[in-house]
Write a protein that binds this ligand. Structure first.
Ligand code: SPV
Ligand code: MG
Length: 290
């Protein structure tokens, strides 16, 4: 089964996929063990991991290297966040070739100008491409994929840019016309009214994808009731959870002047050995080291 078949098969099995952001193979393993249906190779998470803001500073090579490392350690399908596609339609052609070869099952391309700025930042510069130009990028992605199951998901930032629902619907329809398999509709409103309203107004022929980072109250049950959303992406929870744990633990060790308390609240090293699959190394040692 190809990576793209893997994602398509999961979509066929269940009406709503829960996709967790992964910024490393370890976070991908933990997401898989927790029962998620797939992974989000998040630009925000990898940028934060590298200590950088999410504004087209992380290179395609850096993102691909991490995606390959994740794909090598997890059986879950990977939805790659390729931001604006690293440039124009020609850059998108190159990106699709590379991401498909690296083991992604899908890409999400957003209609902002390059370089982009994080959607969630207050007062961010959110300039969108002309509709025709972004249609060209979607057409280029669709024409380039080798596996017809490889999903090209078009993300509109119209609501993020404050252009309103009519513009968001118009763009989404135009992107479906260009060949998009799904539409990711993003919002930074802290309640889910914009997303629910868009979902109710959407009459397009493809399903929707959402990233409920800014509006966490919209849970799976309510999303399922909307009827046309097939993926929920948890876009920055992994890196925030990791940063929370490290911040608390590091501060405690400094405050206590040692690790005498901190060690009780973090995973024992045996659990890390398990995640590293040390038992397979032990077996190989017994078999091959003479
Ligand atoms: C990401 O996780 O990189 C996303 C989602 O694109 S968000 O940061 O909410 O825009
Ligand atoms: Mg992103």
């Amino acid at each position: 089964m190809s990576p793209a078949n893997n994602l398509r098969a999961r979509i066929a099995e269940t009406s709503l996929l829960h996709i967790m952001a992964a910024h490393s193979p370890l976070s991908a393993l933990l997401a898989e063990e927790a029962g998620f249906d797939g992974l989000w190779a998040s630009g925000f998470e990898l940028s934060a991991l590298l200590g950088l803001p999410d504004m087209s500073l992380v290179s395609m090579t850096q993102h691909l290297d991490m995606l390959r490392a994740i794909a090598g350690r997890s059986t879950l399908p990977i939805v790659a966040d390729i931001d604006t596609g690293y440039g124009n339609a020609i850059n998108v052609i190159h990106a699709i070739n590379e991401y498909e070869r690296a083991g992604a099952s899908a890409v999400v391309i957003e209609d902002k100008t390059f370089p982009k700025v994080s959607s969630l930042i207050a007062g961010g510069r959110q300039d969108l491409l002309r509709v025709e130009e972004f249609q060209g990028k979607i057409e280029a992605a669709v024409a380039t994929r080798r596996d017809p199951d490889f999903l090209v998901i078009a993300r509109t930032e119209a609501l993020i840019a404050g252009l309103g629902e009519a513009d968001a619907l118009h763009r989404a329809e135009a992107y479906v016309e260009a060949g998009a398999d799904m539409i990711l509709i993003h919002s930074k409103k802290t309640d889910s009214s914009e997303i629910e309203s868009f979902s109710r107004a959407w009459t397009g022929s493809v399903p929707l994808v959402i990233v409920p980072n800014a509006y966490p109250d919209l849970d799976g049950e309510r999303v399922r009731a909307l009827g046309n959303i097939c993926m929920m992406i948890y876009g920055n929870y992994g890196i925030r959870a990791a940063a929370t744990a490290m911040q608390q633990t590091f501060r405690r060790i400094r405050a206590d002047g040692g690790v005498q308390n901190a060690h009780k609240d973090i995973l024992p090293v045996e659990e890390i050995f398990r995640l590293q699959k040390m038992e397979t190394v032990r077996a190989a040692e017994a078999r091959f080291l003479c």
